[in-house]
Design a protein around this ligand. Structure first.
Ligand code: SF4
Length: 373
């Protein structure tokens, strides 16, 4: 069992909050697609197992033409063994999903779309420097459905400054009215080197207070539950049978090959990080030079990663995993802390798993840190 992540490092314009790796210079798009296809070929031995999930992330993968996507999919299909029921996801922005494009994407064999809606509020979309408007979001979703997509995920952002709780509820209502199979929620965070960071320093932007952001998150959990969405991870909610297989594989420590500038790979023992720079990546592929760094993970690092990722899932941390790997009973070692978080209604132990409750998800990373070896 393994997955492939393909990073498409282009966007039409930079959203003011985003610190992902992308360029708005689209001139090298063709060259980049060829280089990524070359990396897929060069690294065909990396996994040595059949592929169950393929994920086009970015950046904005839907910026690519169908011919460019086909070239990449052909490279994957010709050089790796793909399961017949593989989940093939493409991240898309609403402005790209016109009817003909959604039909082409479906015909290419892409069977899951993850659409960046973020909010239905026009002024906030503009404020965040998103390209699309709210009508385009609705059209994109409807086009995808008409084209045949039966597995669609939509992204929303909460904790947007000056976006009242009522507006947040309106966003949740609008998104669930569309009836997608999956919804991801992200709290707006201010990242270094973004326009929002600059605005914050200039006192033009004030972040939503933590308790208000937490309130919106907890409200969303209840709201989505009432609409039939099961929370299976901190940020992810799906109808039964529609949890992201690609993300689940990441959280379970399954190996994956990541191609493209800025992509990471994991072979079960080490992580590999591709250079986060389009020109350096292109030149290195062209000259057959190295374009990555590798970090060999120690046993302790691998166990700590599992503690962190498993705690973020609704199923929780399988307490026997660290016990078997380290010969230490985590439940005994941290008995006082586990009792404290249980009494504070942040977590519970059930059938050998330590699982976080909604309030615990808000501090999942802090709890994980306390349990690290
Ligand atoms: S479209 Fe996505 S990747 Fe591109 S800048 Fe906006 S949030 Fe970032």
């Amino acid at each position: 069992m393994a997955g492939i992540y393909i990073h498409i490092p282009f966007c039409r314009q930079a959203c003011h909050y985003c610190d992902f790796h992308f360029s708005t210079n689209l001139k090298t798009q063709n060259e980049m697609v060829e280089a990524i296809a070359q990396e897929i070929i060069d690294r065909k031995e990396y996994l040595g197992e059949s592929i169950q999930t393929i994920y086009f992330g970015g950046g904005t993968p839907s910026i690519l033409s169908s011919a460019q996507l086909m070239l990449l999919l052909d490279a994957v299909r010709e050089n790796h063994t793909i399961d017949s029921d593989a989940e093939i996801t493409l991240e898309a922005n609403p402005e790209d999903l016109i009817h003909s494009k959604t039909v082409e994407l479906f015909e290419l064999g892409i069977n899951r779309l993850s659409i960046g809606i973020q909010t239905f509020n026009e002024s906030k979309l503009m404020w965040m420097n998103r390209v699309h408007n709210s009508n385009e979001s609705i059209n994109a979703f409807e086009n995808a459905r008409t084209a045949g997509f039966q597995n669609i995920s939509l992204d929303l952002i909460y904790a947007i400054p000056d976006h009242s709780n009522e507006r947040w509820e309106a966003d949740l209502k609008a998104i669930t009215d569309l009836d997608p199979e999956h919804i991801s929620l992200y709290g707006l965070t201010i990242e270094d080197k973004t326009v929002f960071h600059k605005w914050e320093q200039q006192k033009k932007l004030v972040q939503v207070p933590e308790d208000e952001a937490a309130g919106q998150y907890l409200f969303a959990i209840d709201f989505l539950k009432s609409r039939g969405y099961v929370q299976y991870e901190v940020s992810n909610f799906g109808k039964e049978g529609f949890h992201s297989r690609h993300n689940n594989a990441y959280w379970s420590g399954v190996p994956y090959l990541g191609v493209g500038p800025g992509a990471h790979s994991f072979d079960g023992q080490s992580r590999r990080f591709n250079v986060r720079n389009n020109s350096k990546y292109l030149k290195a592929i062209h000259d057959s030079n190295s374009y990555h760094k590798t970090e060999l993970l120690s046993r302790i690092q691998r166990i700590n990663e599992q503690i962190l990722t498993q705690l973020r899932t609704a199923k929780g941390l399988n307490l026997s995993v660290p016990q078997n790997a380290m010969g230490v009973n985590l439940e005994e070692l941290h008995a006082d802390f586990i009792l404290e978080i249980s009494e504070r209604q942040l977590a519970e132990i059930k059938n050998g798993f330590l699982s976080l409750k909604p309030k615990g998800f808000l501090v999942a990373d802090e709890i994980a840190l306390r349990l690290f070896f």
